[in-house]
Design a protein around this ligand. Structure first.
Ligand code: GTP
Length: 510
């Protein structure tokens, strides 16, 4: 039907005026128009012979179905004029027609495309398998992620059941008692794999976690190189209980080694699975300072492209650097002064943009360029200033035996942060914190060291020159946007930092 070998496009074009005069969409008109629209080549047989048609032929049924289903088909199709002869609805009149219910004043209607799909995280889960079917009615459909919502979106931590089943598919999971909401299922985290990562500050063990609250893969970067060397008298190794546990009766030594449940340093000649019955989780070494930890929130812009709108890249680097610093244990009557490797962990939470996600953070940046600060920008987008939750972080810490006082372990932690809310949230989740260690921005330390008025003396260490674990975060950088962000954290979010911004220093990279 749509390939009309006898009637070239040009001859069909001549028939349009006659057809349009009647302006009826009967089947004859449809057919004739479709012939015009879908003729297989441009006029001229010579050209037709040499240039084969490259586009897909239009299916008249598809066109008819799209037209019949009305203007809401999609935002893009709405203005398409499938039938040049048929009058389009008068959009201006339609827009003027509506009247605001409350005020009675005319209100302009806006054409808005709102996807009827659920958010991506829900679709990913739903598409998974049959065992996810019961979740389809858990969450009502939400507005699409590509439409700014006036309503506040739930925090990451509040997405119930998102990955339920994933951790349960294994026989061992680590559970804890830190569920802060009764409506949510008991929080479970499970370390799925662990591996050694050499960093510019020393070796670290990267742990990847699954949980039953969200679909994110949260991480723990554990610094504890004493695990490589049995002769180092140190505190108990920082190891994941869920990773080291026996996952199934059939698991082999190699299964355990590949997921990271090995002891010492893995090499071509040393491959020793950790014997679960011998996993050391109970000793404490009282003369050592408590392990140093940081709860770090993902920041794509700061950690990968070196954004100087925030200090996230350098904070991640600085945390790994500080945790890796060797610890000196003072002499006792029975033992001499000891230096042992640094010990602690960075819990890396996938809570981009303080929990609002990268898309909203990017929008917030545009609002910030228009003069709003980071807090106001979040509020303008319908978010809270901070939508993060720390239940998962607390559960991971407990899985690593950090800050968790139980029968088998009682070790408090020191935490690297300026954010008092973070400390409170972790304490509420049962984490024992005995000290908060401030994170002074490197650019502030530099300027203080260069003798600014009112400067707080902070020791400058040569290691700070090192390119850091994130490479980008390793340098001390200064910029106007960064200063503005830091100031807002102190002034509007109550971060505990000595504010040292008397002069508007010129942008410079140190
Ligand atoms: N919404 C929003 N998030 C931002 C912005 N800049 C950085 N972030 C995010 O903020 C998070 C880091 O939080 P911060 O407020 O910088 O610091 P904190 O973690 O609360 O406190 P510290 O422990 O002292 O670092 C990361 O997830 C970043 O992606 C911004 O302008 N808007």
């Amino acid at each position: 039907m749509y390939n009309n070998p006898n009637g070239p496009r040009q001859s069909a074009l001549h028939r349009i005026p006659a057809l349009m005069a009647h302006c009826t969409l009967d089947i004859t008109v449809d057919t004739a128009l479709l012939d015009v629209l879908t003729a297989s080549s441009s006029p001229g047989k010579a050209i037709k012979a040499h240039i084969p048609r490259r586009d897909a032929a239009l299916d008249p049924l598809l066109i008819a179905a799209a037209a019949a289903s009305g203007p809401h088909v999609t935002r893009n199709h709405y203005h398409h004029d499938f039938f040049p002869a048929a009058p389009l609805p008068n959009l201006d009149e339609w827009a003027r027609k509506s009247v605001d219910d409350v005020s009675g004043k005319p209100e302009r209607r806006r054409l808005a495309y709102v996807s009827r799909q659920g958010p991506r995280r829900q679709r990913i889960v739903d598409e998974g398998s049959k065992e996810n079917e019961h979740r389809r009615d858990v969450e009502p459909l939400q507005p699409a992620d590509n439409v700014p919502s006036k309503k506040r979106r739930p925090s990451l931590a509040a997405s119930p059941n998102a990955s339920e089943g994933r951790t349960r598919s294994k026989s061992i999971t680590v559970s804890d008692s830190c569920t802060s909401s009764k409506a949510l299922p008991r929080l479970e985290v499970k370390c799925m794999a662990r591996t050694r990562i050499p960093t510019p500050h020393g070796p670290a063990f990267l742990h990847l976690y699954h949980n039953n609250r969200d679909t994110k893969e949260h991480l723990a970067i554990v610094v504890d190189s004493a695990q490589f060397d049995d002769s180092v008298p140190a505190a108990p190794p920082i190891r994941s209980r869920s990773l080291d546990a026996v996952w199934s009766e059939n698991e082999t030594e190699m299964d355990r080694i590949i997921r990271g449940a090995y002891s010492g340093r893995l090499s071509a000649t040393h491959q020793k699975a950790l014997d679960p019955s011998k996993a050391v989780h109970s000793t404490t070494f009282s003369s050592l300072p408590s392990p140093l930890i940081r709860i770090h929130s993902e920041c794509y812009t700061g950690e990968t492209i070196g954004s100087m709108r925030c200090d996230c890249g350098e904070q991640l680097d600085e945390a790994i650097r500080q945790i890796s610093q060797p610890i000196t244990v003072p002499a006792t009557p029975t033992s001499p002064t000891l230096t042992v490797p640094g010990r602690g962990a960075v819990i890396y939470l996938r809570q981009e943009g303080r929990g609002i996600g990268l898309l909203s953070k990017i929008r917030a940046y545009n609002l910030q360029d228009m003069g709003h600060d980071t807090v106001t920008a979040n509020l303008m987008l319908g978010h809270k200033a901070d939508e993060r939750g720390y239940e998962i972080a607390a559960a991971i810490l407990k899985d690593l035996g950090l800050g968790y006082e139980s029968a088998s372990c009682s070790e408090s932690v020191r935490i690297l942060t300026n954010n008092p809310d973070k400390v409170e949230a972790l304490k509420r989740e049962g984490i024992s914190i005995n000290e908060r260690v401030a994170m002074i921005p490197r650019s502030w330390q530099r300027r203080q060291n260069q003798g600014g008025a009112g400067a707080v003396a902070v020791k400058q260490e040569p290691q700070q020159e090192l390119l850091g674990a994130t490479m980008i975060g390793g340098k001390s950088v200064y910029g106007e946007d960064l200063d503005k962000y830091l100031r807002t954290k102190v002034v509007r979010m109550g971060h505990i930092l000595p504010l040292w911004l008397e002069e508007a220093a010129e942008s410079a990279v140190y």
